[in-house]
Design a protein around this ligand. Sequence first.
Ligand SMILES: [Zn+2]
Length: 565
Amino acid sequence: MEQDKTNKIIHKFAIKNAYEYGSARLESVLGKVITAEPQLKLDMAALVGMIKKEVERVNLLNKEQIALEAGQFADEFKSSDAERAKRSAEHNFSIKGATKGEFITRFPPEPGGYMHIGHAKAVYIESVLKEQYSGKLMLYFDDTNPDIERQEYVDAFREDLLWLGIKFDREYFGSDSIPILYKYAQTAIANNHAYVCTCDQEKIKSLRLQGIGCEHKAQNADSNIEMWEQMLENKFGAGEAVVRLNSDISSVNTMMRDPTLFRIKTTPHYRQKDKYVVWPTYDFGTPIIDSMNNISDVIRGKEYEMRDPLYFAVLDMLSLKRPRITSFAELDIENNITSKRIIREMIAQGKISGWDDPRLVTIRALKRRGIISEAIKEFSLRSGMGKSESTTSIDALLSINKRLLIKTAQSISAIKNPIILNLTGASQSNIANGIVFDANNHAALWVDLNEIQSLKLSTKSIAVLKRSLPIKINGISNRQIDASVEGAAPVGAATIDWIGEGIECEMWEIGNLMNKDEFNNKSIVKHRAIISEDAAKLAKGEVINIKGIGLYCIDSTDPIRLISL
Ligand SMILES: [Zn+2]
């Protein structure tokens, strides 16, 4: 085989390896190359030498450069990714015992915050299973905590789910079933399966830890019914009485130690207004509402596994049909936060600007940043339905997005750390090289300070302006460069990127929100930059490829603000 062709194959697999895993490994690339072209094994020593050289070269490239080189193989990469996605669908997306046509599941968000990437994983898995089993997918708003739920969040979930391309067969709200849940509570209390407890939270917590029941556990059904009615009649204040499951208070599974089934909350509800003061907990409401809606399969995060026995206990004591529960490992994004409570705190403290702050992994933040729904889908499904936990870097999502967009993103020039280069000495013969000189044969161009520094240019250096003229540096500082047009440049002279006429813009480089448990103060780095005039035609939300730098999303057009991807 010709050397050239061999080099090309090595190049392709090295870039692919680096694109997928961040860096290329000699063994992996060697394996791929030999599988593709077995005859190359004949001269193993030469092959290993060539691969080693290419792997070393690729590992010196930065992420953007790797993505750009990978762009030329986009079609091949895409098809192999598609195959992998198909394989993983065949292997992992199945449920033991599930049958075609009898599968009904639901996506159960609580409208107490905005949708995030973890929700996306759950709903995409459910949606794939629905297709696979010709089943149904319901949207169930689990809204029985008036303290934190709002219509704004319901609307946002609907909007984000639509944007993600998820279709539901029906939508319902937990809070619409409160009267039915009251009836089931009445039955449970009458049968001694539950009791009313007026102990304070501290006492309940401490006794629960010790595995000891309070005095109310032994109360008879008549007293419990009476107290339950008083709860409904608003005779207790918020937090003064709860209904608890009469279970095994010393159970090894602490979830089973007489958990709370109903509590009093006097905050008006966004949907039911002030209709109710007694509210069911997730543990009581969800299993009953699932059963009432003929849900055959509950697909939920592994972190709920400890609650499975409680889920079934509630159904069993009321003789309701059990759905099947399947757990999967939830997405855990490294150095990021999905907790509604912590996000709310960070917004209040001014650390982040809102739920769509581009450092977050809420769906609106990802959308604002220029990540498309197809990338979120692929990323969500890639991690599969397995139960083994692992943290995933946001970079994996960004690189899928890059692969999907790099071919269509418009290429635009920009100078990231702009300083002026004053150029003099042009003659009529070299004016036509893209630089606009004024009447005094002077032009002011934008060049990148970092590039100038890394090229180690100094006074008297000769360099070449990219696609244009050789120049001689006459004076150089961190604020300005003075140069004049030069007749010719020596072989190997440094080339400098530049923009003639540009628009001032702001570039945001987005990093990780957190540094382990600490807020990362450098999670957004803002630059003043100069972008070529073509940028004036761009629309908000458009993704562009800044030559030599990488992908950015237009966050605002006036003034122009770009967010790194
Ligand atoms: Zn008690």
